[in-house]
Design a protein around this ligand. Structure first.
Ligand code: DX5
Ligand code: ZN
Length: 219
């Protein structure tokens, strides 16, 4: 079995010291840089846009895992490919033609991800799961860092893992929202492959150490 990946969310970084925080992730046990893009429409918050992501990409040495919380994401697929995104996740709830969107992401050379809001049933992915490289399972309502983990998510992860196995898909399950060293082990036991952690990493006294601890909890 593949080792669990850790993807620190830069949403919780110190934006005044973004280069320092990106380099901290580079030099840590983390696997991906998780980058949250919010448009103020799909979610109530606005995070950061292209110039900031360009700056992150210039310093990042690990894959860029971009999570789009925006309406009509098809408009920006090429833009994010050009910025250097390696994994591009769109929200199920924001896509009218999800299958087409997934193909467009792959055509740009990126891994295709689908994010699911807490209310969205995993069975809605039954007909696309084989086309999805990563399911970003929201364990909080998207839009803000630092929220508490929704407990119902464990059942969703188990059901999604069953669907992935039933269909013979190779999709990774990524957990996003309220992940800490307290719930990490149970999430991996339920079927999670990637753990996103924002506040837990960046608000800790020693983020490098926290990433290593998170990795050790799930090793
Ligand atoms: C929430 C974002 C998350 C967020 C996670 O909308 O998608 O990636 O940064 O933050 P924490 O780990 O603080 O819940
Ligand atoms: Zn995210």
């Amino acid at each position: 079995m593949q080792k669990t990946k850790i993807a620190p969310s830069l949403l919780a970084a110190d934006f005044g010291n973004l280069q320092r925080d990106v380099e901290m992730v580079n030099n840590s046990a983390a696997d991906w840089h998780h980058i949250d893009v919010m448009d103020g429409i799909f979610v109530p918050n606005i995070s950061y846009g292209m110039p900031v992501i360009k700056a992150i990409a210039e310093h990042a040495t690990k894959p860029l895992d971009v999570h789009l919380m925006i309406v009509d994401p098809d408009r920006y697929i090429k833009t994010f490919a050009d910025l250097g995104a390696n994994i591009l996740s769109v929200h199920y709830e924001a896509c009218t033609h999800l299958h087409r969107t997934l193909q467009a992401i792959k055509a740009e050379g990126m891994k295709a991800g689908v994010a699911l809001n807490p209310h969205t049933n995993i069975n809605l992915l039954e007909d696309t799961i084989k086309d999805i490289d990563v399911v970003c399972m929201m364990s909080v309502n998207p839009g803000f860092g630092g929220q508490s983990f929704i407990e119902n998510t464990y059942d969703k992860v188990k059901a999604l893992k069953t669907l992935i196995n039933k269909k013979g898909a190779h999709t990774l399950i990524e957990m996003d929202g309220g992940v800490t060293s307290k719930n990490a082990k149970a999430l991996v036991a339920a079927g999670a492959d990637v753990l996103v952690a924002g506040s837990f990493v960046f608000k800790s006294a020693d983020p490098t150490k926290t990433i290593r601890e998170l990795k050790e909890v799930v090793a």
